[in-house]
Design a protein around this ligand. Structure first.
Ligand SMILES: Cc1cc2nc3c(=O)[nH]c(=O)nc-3n(C[C@H](O)[C@H](O)[C@H](O)COP(=O)(O)OP(=O)(O)OC[C@H]3O[C@@H](n4cnc5c(N)ncnc54)[C@H](O)[C@@H]3O)c2cc1C
Length: 455
């Protein structure tokens, strides 16, 4: 079969791949994007069924001052709405807390709990810095809470509430049980500025980035060969079920969960393979419940339940303003997502609703519609995003992106150490791959206007 030849072939039309391709094309390169699915966007995926707009993948820009996503979304003129609870904060915005007995915490009790969580956050930095190799996030949070509780005379309940809060943070932020997340796995959680969501759908960002690019959908890549390696690589051949593609360079952006499905010939260098092996794909699913009327406080960002009874279902986010319809979003995360993966929709929704009824009583209305995601079963990601398994270091993210033989670049959310697991990380990793291929610095603003040179 005749091979098509390009300057660069990009594998994956998620945000990292689209950014790399758009920047390379803006510099005059002949670029082709090969995408396994029948759509672009990857883990940025908006469902528009039933006249509703639902982000089944990413929703938030976690901090509009921290990275380029907000700048680019603004440049494209995409509508955004402030919704600063996407990073499992204890406070900062109004949250309706309910205690272990399902009664509402008073303002004073809430203030005390929020202060306790902040107190441990400060303590944690020192405990993590001193932690031996391969310590878990569960261990460091317990050490930090234990030390503060002893110093300040906290009782067991007060300590338990904060410990469970940090366990839930590991589950909601990384989709993993705190005992499996490396102690350093949440160090990147620095939110700079407000968080925002996209009322018209996050996928508008992907569509705008894809505009004008040569994207081949339903092209499953199964082999990437570095021609001439290990002596001197003269290019790459990318094989798909629809035929081979040749290029001077390749950017491979497939998620950690499925990169093993591609044969690299010769194999990836040991440093890169070792770095990849330190990450695991998480278990993190969204559950949306839509109601005819709002029965919860209209002026809170979230509803949160404490205690043993709320081990799985503890936080519900009020998307009413975003969706224009009374809507609560909760997450199945970590063990909960794994165990409920095989449950029927009816079983899952009933379980969430039972937990809500403990707070709002038996008269709580039934939802008019409910929806869940199943990223764990998605063959093109096998999970929502990667987390740092025990023994993984922050630098392992960027190690994955080490240029290989000057012709092959790995990119994607897991390859960016500063704020991995985000759309921002995907965007920055695609930008880095394009800069490395071209050997020049590129302003992010080129994504909006290819002629600009300044940020
Ligand atoms: C439920 C959920 C909630 C999230 N919430 C947020 C959030 O609020 N904020 C945030 O910033 N981030 C969030 N994220 C993470 C964010 O969506 C990702 O970090 C980001 O979109 C990843 O982009 P990417 O380009 O690295 O990978 P992807 O988007 O996964 O793109 C990779 C592409 O490669 C394709 N592919 C895979 N294998 C092959 C193959 N063999 N051949 C060809 N193509 C292939 C895939 O189909 C995919 O399109 C969330 C993710 C999920 C799933």
């Amino acid at each position: 079969m005749v091979q098509e030849r390009f300057d660069t072939v990009v594998v994956g039309a998620g945000i990292s791949g689209l950014v790399a391709a758009r920047l390379l094309a803006s510099q005059g390169q002949r670029v082709c994007v090969l995408e396994a699915r029948d759509r672009i966007g990857g883990r940025v995926y908006t469902d528009r069924g039933g006249e509703r707009t639902t982000d089944l993948g990413a929703s938030w820009i976690h901090g509009i001052k921290g990275g380029p996503v907000h700048q680019i979304a603004q440049g494209f003129g995409l509508p955004m709405l402030e919704f600063t609870v996407g990073s499992y904060q204890a406070g900062g915005r109004p949250i309706a807390y309910y205690g272990p007995d399902a009664t509402r915490l008073t303002a004073d009790e809430t203030e005390q709990f929020v202060a306790d969580a902040a107190r441990i956050d400060v303590e944690l930095a020192g405990v993590i810095a001193a932690a031996p190799y391969a310590t878990s996030y569960a261990e460091v949070t317990r050490l930090a809470v234990g030390a503060v509780a002893e110093r300040e005379g906290w009782d067991a309940d007060r300590a338990a509430r904060v410990i469970e809060y940090f366990d839930h943070r590991s589950e909601e932020q990384y989709g993993v049980d705190a005992r499996k997340l490396d102690a350093h796995g949440l160090e990147d959680e620095v939110i700079d500025g407000d968080e925002v969501v996209f009322p018209n759908g996050y996928d508008e960002l992907a569509s705008r980035l894809a505009d004008g690019l040569d994207i081949r959908l339903e092209h499953v890549v199964y082999r990437v060969t570095r021609v001439g390696a290990p002596a001197v690589s003269t290019g790459v051949v990318i094989e798909t079920e629809r035929g081979p593609f040749a290029a001077d360079h390749a950017v491979v952006t497939t998620p950690i969960g499925v990169i093993g499905g591609i044969v690299f010939d010769p194999p990836l260098p040991q440093t890169v393979a070792d770095a990849i092996s330190k990450f695991e794909m998480n278990a993190f699913e969204k559950v949306f419940l839509r109601f005819a009327q709002q029965f919860w406080d209209p002026d809170v960002y979230a509803i949160r339940r404490q205690g043993e009874a709320a081990l799985w279902w503890h936080s519900w986010y009020d998307l009413t303003k975003v969706h224009g319809e009374p809507t609560l979003l909760t997450f199945a995360a970590g063990e909960c997502a794994k165990q409920t993966r095989s449950w029927s929709d009816e079983q899952l929704f009933a379980s969430v609703l039972d937990s809500l009824r403990e707070i709002f009583g038996e008269d709580m209305p039934e939802p008019v519609q409910a929806q869940r995601t199943s990223w764990q079963d998605d063959p093109w990601t096998r999970g929502s995003y990667a987390y740092m398994a025990l023994g993984c270091a922050g630098e392992d993210h960027d190690r994955i992106a080490t240029p290989i033989d000057d012709v092959l670049h790995l990119a994607g959310e897991a390859t960016w150490g500063e704020d991995p697991a985000t759309v921002n990380a995907a965007m920055c990793s695609g930008h880095r791959a394009a800069e490395r291929i071209l050997g020049v610095e590129l302003a992010f603003s080129r994504l909006v206007d290819p002629k600009t040179t300044a940020e």
